[in-house]
Design a protein. Structure first.
Length: 251
């Protein structure tokens, strides 16, 4: 069972909402949950998620590791708090209309959060994190974008999950592909592969490979997989539009 605080919330959720009582002992004025989370994010942004340890966060703040444990009970708790802080929706975020443009804007908000803090995608999402303030705000914004659709609540939540998973996966992929490749794929390299990737074995892929459209250079940090993300997003929105139309026609 997870640690809980009154009124029965998981400890990490209560901390995120500011409902947890500060420790009665320890450096209460100089240290806080917010400062600890900010320090963790700074380390992750600079050196990656693997560099975030309770000891390193404590040292960056000038405290002992034991002092941190009075505020954050485990590293997993710290990571959950860091993740929620990193996906903060901009204050007073407004969505355009109609609903397709609203969902596109919502996806862009998520994409910008993930690109600013790509380590977020490496943190496992436990059920508790769905109840944390920025996660709730992000989901609520997505539901607002679909307000005019005829989908029921369960279908809208499924759409939120589908779109958020898709955006996260594409941002993760563009980050992986942006790493400098070990090999340079020259015309000679493709010609060599053409000897083994034959029309008989791979009839659909061969022409794309030889044209350099299957494996190219790494995406630019500015554009990423822009065209690919756009294509997939439009197809998901097409599906929602068709479902909306079918629901209205059958009612």
């Amino acid at each position: 069972m997870p640690d809980t605080v009154e009124p029965g919330l998981p400890r990490v959720v209560a901390i995120a909402w500011g409902m947890a009582v500060a420790p009665s002992r320890g450096p209460r004025r100089e240290l806080s949950h917010e400062k600890i989370v900010e320090a963790g994010i700074e380390i992750a942004d600079r050196d990656g998620l693997a560099a975030v340890t309770m000891q390193r966060v404590a040292e960056s703040l000038g405290f002992t590791t034991m002092a941190l444990y009075r505020y954050v009970s485990t590293k997993d708790e710290l990571l959950d708090l860091m993740r929620d802080a990193a996906i903060a929706v901009p204050p007073r975020q407004k969505l355009p209309q109609p609903w397709r443009e609203a969902l596109r804007a919502w996806c862009q908000v998520m994409r910008e959060c993930y690109r600013a803090h790509p380590w977020v995608l490496a943190i496992p999402r436990r059920q508790e994190v769905l109840l944390m303030p920025n996660a709730v705000a992000l989901v609520d914004l997505g539901l607002q974008a679909m307000a005019e659709l005829a989908l029921d609540e369960e279908q809208k939540m499924a759409a939120v999950l589908t779109l958020s998973t898709y955006v996260g996966a594409m941002v993760g992929l563009e980050g992986e592909l942006a790493v400098e490749p070990d090999a340079e794929y020259t015309a000679e390299a493709f010609a060599a592969l053409g000897e083994v990737i034959t029309p008989e074995r791979f009839p659909a892929l061969r022409s794309m490979l030889l044209a350099g459209e299957y494996v190219g250079g790494p995406p630019s940090p500015e554009q990423g997989l822009e065209a690919e993300l756009e294509f997939g997003l439009e197809r998901i929105l097409d599906g929602l539009e068709r479902l909306d139309r079918e629901l209205r026609e059958s009612s």
